[in-house]
Design a protein around this ligand. Structure first.
Ligand code: NDP
Length: 366
């Protein structure tokens, strides 16, 4: 039953389907019309569409409007001087010069991979960037080169620390990817219970949010999405208080601020601004680990695959049809969507059409 869901890619009447190539060329057209180079526009499009292909609706083309607004307001620098501030054989500090986060992130991860090829390990920290989309995009770049990849970013304040009500932390995602004999392992997650993009999806659909995702401005756990947008906050991974480990998600989020924000000489979530604001100062952390520096690649991949098989064939709970491994649902979803198209929520389609009309380019073909 669950596999059928993935293979058929069921959608309801609120969605339309668009082919990957059509969506890709639409995003590129929008961005190039705004003055982004074709090369950079393709990086952004690839990142957004990877999210949509993998079923991460919160970080796909529904985000395009934000980048358009960021470009129009001058918050995003279209011709950034992305430069290495300091470097050694295995590390570098990069200044993103307020460029598109995806472009800065792509270049920084490429640099980390190059360094890992030569030195066994490559760590690149970045300051003065912008929202970079899904963290997994960059971790996967390393896994495709048969390395372990790690990617993190801080983001604007939306999450209250355990014991607090104020938005202080970002939803600061962490991703790690590693090659196996089959598809890579790919953990890609916010350090909050959910990213804000998921609330935006619920808001668009006019649905209440599940209890335990967020608090209102007084600190009451709420199911009203508007409470969160009106001064409330998201909860860290693990939820409210300490009982289910909220303090651990809080700690992971601070870890991202240390590695991405403070280590880069940038800033921490509390002071990170929206992509449409000048000087948002989003900071990233990338690491590539050359497996061959530690163990033969063959052995690593074989053990990865064996561990995954053992995990998946371990005894299942009666309420679950199967045990998944991180990244697996995303790869299955991607396979189906490449064949039958990507579902786009109709309200998102309207927004994309408005962007097209305002820029006098052709609307998305659905
Ligand atoms: P999810 O909760 O959807 O998924 C988290 C991870 O768990 C994924 O690797 C997913 O793999 C995996 N997974 C899902 N179900 C299972 C299961 N049953 N067993 C094992 N693994 C499972 O992610 P989030 O909602 O937390 O984050 C969504 C995206 O938002 C991420 O890509 C993140 O990088 C991005 N984000 C970006 C931010 C930014 O500022 N740039 C801020 C916050 C988040 P699979 O993909 O296969 O489902």
């Amino acid at each position: 039953m669950v596999m059928e869901m993935f293979e058929k890619g069921y959608i309801d009447g609120n969605y339309v389907r668009v082919s990957r190539d059509e969506l890709f060329s639409f995003v590129v057209k929008v961005l190039t019309k705004l003055g982004v180079s074709k090369e950079d526009a393709e990086i952004v499009a690839d990142n957004l569409i990877m999210a949509d292909l993998r079923g991460i609706e919160s970080h796909g083309v529904q985000r395009l409007k934000r980048y358009v607004d960021g470009i129009l307001s001058g918050g995003i620098n279209l011709k950034p001087n992305i430069r290495i501030v300091r470097e050694g054989p295995s590390y570098a500090l990069v200044d993103g010069d307020e460029g598109l986060g995806q472009v800065v992130g792509y270049k920084a991860m490429k640099l980390a991979i190059e360094k890992a090829k030569r030195s066994g390990i490559g760590v690149v920290v970045v300051r003065n960037s912008n929202h970079y989309g899904i963290a997994g995009y960059y971790a996967l770049m390393a896994a495709k080169e048969k390395m372990v990849g790690i990617s993190m970013t801080n983001s604007r304040p939306l999450v209250a620390p355990t014991g607090g009500v104020e938005r202080f932390l970002g939803t600061n995602p962490i991703s790690i990817a590693a090659p196996t004999k089959g598809k890579p392992f790919l953990l890609d997650m916010a350090t909050s219970v959910v990213p804000i993009g998921k609330l935006e999806v619920y808001r668009r659909k006019g649905k209440p949010i599940p209890e335990g995702w967020a608090i209102d401005k007084e600190g009451n756990v709420t199911i009203e999405v508007e409470d969160v947008f009106n001064g409330g906050a998201l909860l860290p991974l693990g939820g409210f208080g300490e009982l289910f480990g909220g303090h651990k998600g809080y700690g992971l989020s601070v870890m991202v601020d240390i590695l991405a924000g403070i280590l880069s000489g940038g800033t921490w979530s509390k002071h990170v601004k929206n992509t449409s604001d000048k000087g948002s100062n989003v900071c990233h952390f990338f690491m590539a680990i050359n497996i061959e520096a530690f163990v033969p690649l063959e052995e690593f991949e074989e053990k990865m695959s064996r561990m995954i098989e053992e995990l998946k064939s371990s005894r299942k709970h009666r309420d679950f049809e199967r045990i998944w491994i991180h990244g697996e649902k995303g790869f299955l979803t991607e396979e189906t969507r490449l064949k039958i198209g990507i579902p786009i929520y109709k309200k998102v389609l309207e927004e994309l059409n408005e962007i097209a009309d305002s820029l006098k380019i052709e609307r998305l073909k659905v």
